[in-house]
Design a protein around this ligand. Sequence first.
Ligand code: GLU
Length: 478
Amino acid sequence: MSTIRVRFAPSPTGLLHVGGLRTALYNFLFARKHGGVFILRIEDTDRNRYVPGAMENLIRTLGWAGLQYDEGPVTGGPRGPYIQSERLAQYKACAEELIRNGKAYRDFLDQGDDDEQEKSGEGEQPKIARRQNLLSSDEVRRRLEAGEPAAVRMKVPDAVTIAIDDVIRGHVEFASDLVNDQVLLKSDGYPTYHLANVVDDHFMGVTHVIRGEEWLPSTPKHVLLYDYFGWPKPVFAHLPLLLNPDRTKLSKRQGDVAVEDYQKKGYLPDALVNFIALLGWNPGDEREIFTLEELTREFSLERVGKSGAVFNMDKLNSVNKQYLRTKTDQELVSVVRPILEESGIRGFSDDYLGQVIRLTKERVTTVCDFKETGDFFFADPARYDEEALKKNWKAESPKYVAAVLDALRSLETFSAATIEAVVRRTAEQLGVGPGKLIHPVRLATTGKSTGPGLFELMEVLGKGTCVRRLERALQTLV
Ligand code: GLU
């Protein structure tokens, strides 16, 4: 069998959407699993929707997610260029070939400038344009010679059934009467998505087209084009929609949809990829956690379902938490540090941050949570939590805290074990349970009533900081 070649073909119209990441991931996994080639192709022929910098951003985000492409912009490859606006001559030649073979015609009335990429789910029947018999060939020649702008439309036959066998959706039939005489080339020389997509898939040797379900309604046009050109058709696999929890189509209104939003919020790339892999594909059992290698081994298009997949934040959070636990403290230092620095928290050694992470790792969901959960490791408490004050700062608390402070001052080795011993001994001397001391000391040191083990966190903070915070609490909390 020939080498499997698949492509991710985003349009550079903005940030990479989580649905786009899923399409890229499934293509990537399919290629890796079969020793194939994963191509990145930039579909930038819709100049109205083009956003400068979007391509660079897409490439950066794919890199962050660990989805390295084999052929594409920047990297290059034998079937390039991989940016459609650099392949205009090829589309034009192909459109002309179709005209010569009677499969397409010029349309002077509608130049196709507002021809949009068609999407399903918008509830609109396409407007059926059939203008193929309006002009005689002499008339066409005359108008062309006069320099009149014209678009090129494909001829769609009446009353035939166009069918595909989609790996995911099975046998799907389309009535040609519902298919537009699609504009292929606009009068400005730019192809529409349909022509460019088919031409590129052919010349780039794409064997499997794995893309979102919203492209299914476009597929009959593509199938006709393959037949018109006499090219073999790729295998089609249309991935199910991503849904909001209320089962409407995943939208910005109900949460973040850009991969970059999740990156900024402190989700780990391998956790996000793991979560996204399960949006449509299932391993056939209850397992939830997969490395990219495991996904590559286990992924198959046959296990991708037809029905929409709900983007469930609780699940993402739970997966991210599990990934955080599997990272070493030092691995996390390199992810946490830039996030802290963005908020102006700097000047802490790797060793110190590693210890903070060790103590707080169990309590965070995303990397960004380290900032909040571990705030007292980076600055003296700016305020004391109201609830905690009510609960843990009693009339006798200053006396107990002062006693602990005195005992700590004389400690030579400031470790969790020695601090604990001091606190317990002081409690005994005062004739009270250790809790009477531990709670107000925690409040004075961290400003909160909950957090990691008090003795461990005090060791990490160090003697100087603990003494200063206890003194300050005694001055301010009377
Ligand atoms: N350019 C299309 C997109 O933005 C590609 C669709 C396809 O893969 O055929 O999703």
